[in-house]
Design a protein around this ligand. Structure first.
Ligand SMILES: C[S@@+](CC[C@H](N)C(=O)[O-])C[C@H]1O[C@@H](n2cnc3c(N)ncnc32)[C@H](O)[C@@H]1O
Length: 195
């Protein structure tokens, strides 16, 4: 799969307006960043029980959640800062009760009470925040919220292309870290250096 992002710069990835414009342009299409569910399935099935209440942060227009439901997952709350993505996905999946969609900023998920979810999945969303302004502050806010929302013993599955991202998972957040390096990534163009 090829995605040309040569007209983008990394600053835009942290900006809701950028994502709204992009999803509007994609007109209801679907795209999964980095990996499809089929490649991630061994990890998801290992760490995420199908009966778990799952939070998919920054769902975009990816097929990941749909594929998980097809694989037996029962309850996936999808959030994204882009109202365009959320409205599109809500309409697309209104016939699948296991999938719910809400427009929300991952840095402030106060709508949800503490320990609301057994598992949080993030494919490319913390990466996007790291391209915005005040990136370290945004990352800290987001990870604090993720930590707050997880039940004791829950998992945060972060799919990232930035090797140093784990540095933000500070001991204060009490994450036990397990890193798996995948040898392949879906092909896309990056115009900016990985930091
Ligand atoms: C790289 S895309 C990944 C989309 C999807 N997870 C996937 O795997 O294809 C990053 C997503 O994060 C969303 N996003 C960016 N900043 C956000 C924020 N502060 N709160 C919630 N979502 C955000 C964007 O709208 C976009 O859909």
């Amino acid at each position: 799969m090829f995605r040309d992002v040569s007209s983008c710069n990394t600053y835009n990835y942290g900006d809701a307006l950028y994502w709204d414009a992009r999803y509007m342009q994609e007109q209801g299409g679907a795209f999964d960043w980095y990996q499809r569910y089929s490649s991630l399935r061994p990890f998801v099935r290992k760490f995420v029980p199908t009966s778990s209440r799952v939070l998919m942060v920054g769902c975009g227009n990816a097929l990941m959640s749909e594929d998980m439901v097809k694989d037996g997952y029962e309850d996936i709350m999808n959030i994204d800062i882009s109202s365009v993505a959320i409205e599109t996905m809500r309409r697309k999946y209104e016939y699948i009760p296991q999938l719910k969609y809400m427009q929300m900023d991952v840095r402030d998920m106060s709508f949800f009470p503490d320990e609301s979810f057994g598992n949080v999945i993030d494919k490319g969303t913390l990466d996007s925040l790291m391209c915005g302004t005040d990136a370290p502050i945004s990352a800290t806010q987001m990870l604090g919220e993720v930590s707050r929302l997880l039940k004791p013993g829950g998992t945060y599955m972060l799919v990232t292309i930035y090797p140093k991202m784990t540095l933000y998972l500070s001991p204060a957040l009490s994450f036990i870290l397990k890193v798996h390096i995948m040898k392949t990534v879906l092909k896309f163009t990056l115009t900016d250096n990985l930091w």
